[in-house]
Ligand binder design. Structure first.
Ligand SMILES: [Zn+2]
Length: 274
């Protein structure tokens, strides 16, 4: 038995069971097929790039103490796809949303109206895939824009460029906990200085799964974890593509910072000399 599975079983059976579980005749571990294989969306449910996955715990049947025959009320789900620019986050988001749509679920995709590079009525990936969407300044406007009836019929909500939404946490809470929606969020975890960007990191405690994708370093082809800004602008929010940003590995990120610092020092010296 693999070490990870042995550890899981040990943890499951040795941890104190909540009262609702004590009604079961004996400890029961149900591992859904998606735990070890491809999920219905076509993406691995538990892979090396998936740093958290709590789905198996959610699928254990729970019987209420006061009404044993009544099934548990369904809740929504939150899945986060993050990483640097050019890592395929939007592609992964659209693939998962389309997979949900193909199973008959009602889907909608939201993006920030700050990014107007490809128009406001569709999401376009770097490799050209396209899907209709609603562009909004904040997520709290989504229900009103869509209409209450259409919102109630919705099963899945995709959110692209999530770092631009200041109300991301509240929206995800309400959509998954109260409205039973599956929310799939794609956004940057950090900015060009590797600081947290927007609220994407804040929703990780809410999430069923978190997937960190990587790109290819533009300078050496190794795994790229970070986004390097090519220009000297200082503001955090600077919308742009490969003209302004490039994905880099750790070594080239650090080297780039050293070069920038050296250039800045030389320019400062020249300015003082003039
Ligand atoms: Zn590199």
């Amino acid at each position: 038995m693999p070490m990870t599975m042995r550890s899981l079983l040990h943890l499951h059976f040795s941890a104190p069971l909540p009262p609702c579980h004590r009604l079961l005749p004996k400890p029961l571990l149900i591992v859904p097929p998606t735990f070890f294989s491809k999920s219905p969306t076509g993406l691995p449910a538990f892979s090396s790039s998936s740093i958290f996955s709590f789905r198996s715990h959610c699928k254990v049947p729970i019987v209420h103490v006061d009404s044993p025959a009544q099934p548990r009320v369904a809740f929504g789900e939150i899945h986060v796809i993050t990483g640097p620019m050019f890592a395929g986050k939007t592609t992964a988001l659209l693939r998962r949303v389309l997979a949900e749509k193909n199973t008959g679920r009602n889907v909608a995709v939201i993006k920030s109206d700050k990014d107007t590079r490809y128009g406001l009525d569709s999401i376009v990936t770097h490799d050209g895939a396209k899907m209709p969407c609603i562009a909004l300044p904040e997520l709290s406007l989504f229900r009103e824009r869509l209409g209450a009836e259409a919102y109630n019929k919705l099963d899945v909500i995709g959110i692209d460029e999530a770092q631009f939404f200041v109300d991301l946490y509240d929206f995800c809470c309400n959509a998954a906990d109260r409205d039973q929606k599956t929310v799939i969020v794609a956004g940057l975890d950090g900015d060009y200085l590797r600081r947290r960007f927007g609220s994407v990191l804040d929703i990780i405690p809410l999430a069923d799964s978190v997937t960190k994708l990587t790109a290819r370093c533009e300078l050496c082809g190794q795994r790229a974890l970070f986004t390097q800004r090519k220009t000297s602008e200082k503001q955090t929010e600077l919308i742009g593509g490969s003209d302004i940003y490039m994905p880099v590995c750790r070594q080239h990120y650090v080297d780039g910072q050293v070069v920038k610092e050296a250039t800045r020092t030389i320019l400062d010296i020249e300015r003082i000399a003039v």
